[in-house]
Design a protein around this ligand. Structure first.
Ligand SMILES: C[S@@+](CC[C@H](N)C(=O)[O-])C[C@H]1O[C@@H](n2cnc3c(N)ncnc32)[C@H](O)[C@@H]1O
Length: 406
């Protein structure tokens, strides 16, 4: 039996999950919450009131994809969730009454955090018995939603996370859960911040999953420059997927766009093309994890010269090279060739979904190529080192060219 599970069953270390201040609780539940000052051992055995009542969560997504993730939240969680308008870029609130394992189904969110507000003047007060009991109770709700051992480490991020207050809080969490503290990426991510409301107070956010939602189980092979799977997921949903369509992924790298497309359902064919053998092996390994490898053709070829017939593809996706390129790399020629070749292999009215940071190069390439009409563009901001990279997703439609047979 793991230490975590053993402690979770130990009445001396298992605190109440009650939360008197949580908005949306029924009067009965609030009353239970007011009894939190009882020693943790006396709370053990009572029904956990927070699990099935609407709780506040914060959904994190790539900046620029908020509306897509909000839409997904409504579709996935239905009436059990109340999706609120955005608060800050890349985040929005959700009130949800149900099992937190439902959040595992998100494809476009990077994380969902439980949000708990504490009416305290400063974080030190979280160490008081009543608040600490409540906080540890919520941590246990999150740990207990998964098999023992799913969470092994935890990390607190906060202004002053190195202070004595947070050292004590870490010791309390270790004592109650047997999780190991770390300063690196952890299974249980706890953030402490000021409450945004004028009334003051502090909020504790706890990620509900042991890994970010963007870390997919199928990714057994990673490569530098691999696309964030949540972005790939949105790219694949910009075009309605059909079981009889032929799909091409140019510059497929590790296969992120193909795996995410196949996650939506089958297709008549899926073809991945890359110039690099290592990338194709990586894509193959990832596709195999989900048993997709037999349904996908992987071709080693230059996207300027695709070994495919004219007008054979319904949907084309491409994560064109834009970073880590040699100094003298002629990116404009590559983009011109890629758009011309994709136009050649595209059926009339086909769609091309492209992502790149090289905005000016891509827009001028589209201007020079009347086969493709720009239908939509989505600006994104992705944290990278100490700043952001700012790619755009472009949705293009294949038009008919006057006088052409295509
Ligand atoms: C940004 S990466 C794609 C990453 C991919 N979306 C993933 O998630 O792993 C660009 C890919 O384009 C490939 N590439 C570069 N030039 C190419 C060319 N001329 N023809 C085909 N593929 C090319 C690289 O080998 C690389 O795998």
């Amino acid at each position: 039996m793991s230490r975590q599970r053993r402690n979770a069953r130990n009445p001396r270390t298992r605190p109440s999950t009650g939360s008197g201040r949580t908005r949306g609780l029924s009067p009965g539940a609030r009353q239970k919450g007011r009894k939190e000052h009882k020693p943790a051992s006396q709370n053990w055995g009572r029904a956990a009131p927070t699990v099935n009542l609407a709780q506040e969560y914060e959904v994190e997504t790539v900046i620029g994809l908020e509306e897509y993730t909000r839409r997904e939240a409504r579709r996935l969680l239905g009436k059990a969730a109340q999706v609120e308008r955005g608060m800050t870029e890349g985040r929005f609130s959700l009130r949800f009454d149900g099992n937190i394992r439902r959040f595992d189904e998100f494809r476009t969110a990077t994380a969902v955090h439980r949000v708990e507000e504490f009416a305290v003047p400063r974080p030190r007060a979280l160490l008081g018995h009543q608040h600490l009991t409540r906080l540890l109770g919520i941590i246990h709700v999150i740990l207990d939603a998964r098999p023992a051992g799913a969470f092994r480490t935890f990390r607190i991020t906060a202004a002053g996370a190195g202070s004595g207050v947070y050292s004590r809080l870490r010791r309390e969490i270790v004592a109650a859960t047997a999780l190991e503290p770390t300063d690196d990426a952890a299974h249980l991510q706890i953030a402490v911040r000021r409450a945004p409301s004028d009334e003051g107070g502090w909020q504790v956010l706890i990620r509900t999953t042991p890994m970010p939602l963007s870390a997919r189980r199928w990714r057994v092979c990673d490569m530098p420059g691999a696309l964030n799977a949540t972005i790939a997921s949105v790219m694949t949903t910009l075009v309605r997927s059909r079981s009889n369509e032929r799909v091409l992924n140019m510059c497929c790298g590790s296969g992120t766009l193909m795996v995410e497309r196949l996650g939506l359902g089958g297709a008549a064919s899926v073809t991945g093309v890359d110039i690099d053998t290592g990338a194709l092996l990586c894509a193959d390994a990832n596709l195999r994890t989900l048993g997709h490898s037999a349904s996908v053709s992987l071709l080693q070829a230059d996207c300027a010269n695709l070994p495919l017939p004219d007008a054979c593809m319904d949907t084309i996706t491409a994560d064109l090279p834009f970073g880590m390129l040699p100094h003298d790399y002629d990116i404009s020629s590559l983009y011109h060739a890629a758009l011309a070749e994709s136009a050649r292999v595209a059926k009339p009215n086909a769609s091309l979904v492209v992502i790149t940071t090289r905005r000016r190069v891509l827009l001028s390439t589209i201007e020079d190529n009347p086969s493709w009409n720009l239908a939509n563009q989505i600006p994104l901001s992705i944290p990278h080192r100490r700043g952001y990279i700012k790619p755009h997703i472009y949705l293009l439609r294949r038009g008919r060219i006057a006088g052409s047979r295509l």
